[in-house]
Design a protein around this ligand. Sequence first.
Ligand code: FAD
Length: 221
Amino acid sequence: IAEGIWYPKGGFNRVLQSLETIAVKYGAKFNYNNDVQEIIIDDKGVAKGIKLNNGDVVNSDIVICNADLVYAYNKLLPKTPYAEKLGNRKLTSSSISFYRSMNQIIPQMSVHNIFLSEHYKPSFDQIFKDHTLPGSPSFYVNVPSRVDPTAAPEGKDTIVVLVPIGHITSNPDIDFDKLVERAREQVIDTIEKRLNVSNFKSMIDHELINDPRSWQNEFNL
Ligand SMILES: Cc1cc2nc3c(=O)[nH]c(=O)nc-3n(C[C@H](O)[C@H](O)[C@H](O)COP(=O)(O)OP(=O)(O)OC[C@H]3O[C@@H](n4cnc5c(N)ncnc54)[C@H](O)[C@@H]3O)c2cc1C
């Protein structure tokens, strides 16, 4: 931390692309857009390959799995008491994340911008005890285009807003569509008031969103 944070030009995905390029150079083959349905285990408990969603089986000497641990033990490997124990562990918070392309540079924003709730302690209780979006949420805004000119076209900004929220529970009263909408409004309102930016909303050209449902459904987290 004393030395700051290293940022890969082009974003973190560039690191993956570079690893892929090096691996391909050494003969690795990548198979994308095919979910693993199951890790095949022999009767001695040794992993022998994987079964894909399309039914294909890939036999191998070694299986390396870096999907989320709780998911992998509960969905990809045969059920065990250990998997069940993992599934009952206390989970950390989740997030609503907005990825925005802005139609202009927002000079009031630096590369890292932290907006703390005016009701700091209760806001964390709402995340970790009530598993919801705090009434007054804290949030973090990262502006990669402030340090990386490849992150946005000239004269524009790219921003990522991360709003911590409780993880998914069986509580039927939690309506994520409504919470995402409230988070969007509160983030815009706070940025406008605290940074003295007028009509921040109109500067948003395009927006992608991840919330606890997409972390679960698309990323198996
Ligand atoms: C909102 C959020 C913010 C974060 N912020 C930070 C941060 O600021 N700093 C930090 O250090 N860390 C942060 N993290 C954590 C960081 O993202 C993870 O620690 C890191 O991505 C783990 O890398 P990994 O390669 O082990 O797993 P992952 O990045 O999770 O990669 C696992 C891959 O496996 C794929 N996969 C899962 N299931 C299957 C399947 N059945 N078949 C095929 N593929 C599958 C997934 O699609 C994914 O691509 C954050 C995480 C989240 C969700």
